[in-house]
Design a protein around this ligand. Structure first.
Ligand code: F3S
Length: 429
């Protein structure tokens, strides 16, 4: 590997032992990937040093130290000793976590876990980490520019970062993002490089235009399942590209497959033309998405729903945008719901929702707005839940298997109807 002078110095210990360990980890990682060099990054989204009560107790028991610095050293950096962890070298934020600090009891968490979470956040802030606690950092104030090298975890955020913003990141892990936080470096490999950002598979949309958020989610789910870890180039009848639709499309494609980047011709920044999106190469396959494929993906997403009596409606996967709050508040205004309804978002978006009166309307109807986490990450649904209604293809993919529930998939309006009547009546229109 070719290392720059500042990288060599860190490796030799000039920045202290924690930076040295971080650099050693990055060099090992880069060599395993076949990367020839590292690249500078000043935008990192990870979960540095954070731990659950379980992890803290594990390190207490096995290493005699369950502190933030111990978890960061032994777990994040894979070091053999507990080191003093310096402040972050650049801009970094914490992604989603395991609990809401206000509604922790509804999530089935203990007061002890809450106290631990608070201590964790104090340490994060002390180490210069912005506590965004969201899977949608791009909606909460962390918005890189086109071409910027980032080091992000969270598949739905990674695909948005690459495809919609045109910034550059691979799907990093906890160890690599924590090492990047201390060094400001990440392997120059994969989606950091032009040659790996070109489309590989062509998907032509030949159905009634893909326009609704639900349709964007279904198309993403179909594409992920079809192209797996490749880079799709989408053409045809796809309309109303906006952040909300991209959010649902990318999250679904990253769940049913491993899509980290997509192009939509004439829409996404590296796909002004088909030729640009494909890099003048022939696609490995051309795939059609028509009425039949659309019907099949809808059936797949509803395959797990049998009982029409819904107990729980979960909204906000990926974390809800302010537009979604406005829509849900409009649908619920002056109404009362029969089921549980939890809506998840970031603290930043919730603050705007609170000030805009949206949270109050949702809560007056009987819903709860939570931040930082979601039912899948917290592995928590309201007590006794057997049947859940969802407007996110990604959440349908994960939640039933994680918490053992049946799930229905539809529009946000279908979900709100289910919350009001207690019955699922959604259908493909
Ligand atoms: Fe976010 Fe949870 Fe969905 S972390 S992307 S809301 S699974």
């Amino acid at each position: 590997m070719i290392l720059a002078d500042d990288e060599k110095a860190m490796l030799d210990g000039a920045g202290g032992v924690a930076k040295q360990k971080a650099m050693e980890l990055l060099v090992r990682y880069a060599e395993a990937l076949g990367a020839e060099r590292l690249v500078d990054t000043n935008n990192i989204a990870g979960v540095p040093g954070s731990s659950t009560l379980f992890l803290q107790k594990y390190f207490e028991e096995h290493a005699g130290d369950g502190s933030f610095e111990a978890v960061f050293s032994l777990y994040d950096l894979d070091a053999a000793e507990v080191m003093s962890v310096p402040k972050a070298a650049g801009n970094c934020c914490h992604l989603q976590g395991g609990m809401d600090l206000e509604h922790w009891a509804d999530l089935g968490m203990s007061r002890e876990a809450l106290e631990h979470q608070r201590e964790d956040e104090t340490e994060l802030a002390r180490h210069g980490v912005r506590i965004m606690k969201t899977c949608t950092p791009y909606l909460a104030g962390n918005l890189p520019v086109q071409g910027e090298h980032c080091a992000w975890m969270e598949s739905s955020a990674v695909v948005y970062c690459n495809s919609v913003i045109g910034a550059r990141t691979n799907t990093e892990g906890r160890e690599s993002t924590s090492a990047a936080i201390l060094t400001g470096k990440i392997p120059d490999w994969g989606l950091h490089r032009d040659e790996y950002r070109r489309g590989t598979h062509l998907v032509h949309v030949e159905t009634t235009p893909v326009e609704s958020v639900m349709d964007w989610g279904m198309l993403g789910y179909f594409i992920g399942g079809t192209v797996e870890e490749n880079i799709p180039v989408v053409t045809g009848a796809i309309r109303r590209a906006d952040p909300l639709r991209h959010k649902h499309f990318g999250a679904a494609a990253a769940s049913s497959g491993g899509v980290e980047m997509y192009h939509i011709v004439g829409v996404t920044p590296e796909a002004a033309t088909l030729e640009m999106a494909l890099g003048s190469r022939k696609p490995a396959a051309t795939i059609k998405y028509g009425a039949e494929e659309r019907r099949r993906v809808y059936e797949t997403l509803n395959a797990n729903g049998r009982d029409p009596y819904v107990d729980y409606v979960m909204l906000g996967c990926p974390h809800a945008s302010i537009d979604q709050f406005r829509e849900v508040a409009r649908l619920l205004e002056g109404k009362k719901i029969k089921t549980h309804l939890w809506m998840f978002t970031s603290r930043a978006v919730k603050t705007v929702a609170d000030m805009s009166g949206f949270t109050k309307k949702i809560e007056d109807a009987g819903g709860l707005v939570m931040t930082d986490t979601c039912s899948a990450i917290a592995r928590a649904v309201p007590k006794g839940t057997k049947v859940v209604a969802l407007d996110s293809a990604k959440q349908v993919h994960y939640l039933p298997a994680m918490v053992g529930v049946e799930a229905w998939f539809g529009t946000t309006e279908d979900c709100i109807n289910a919350a009001q009547t207690g019955r699922w009546t959604g259908e493909l229109r």
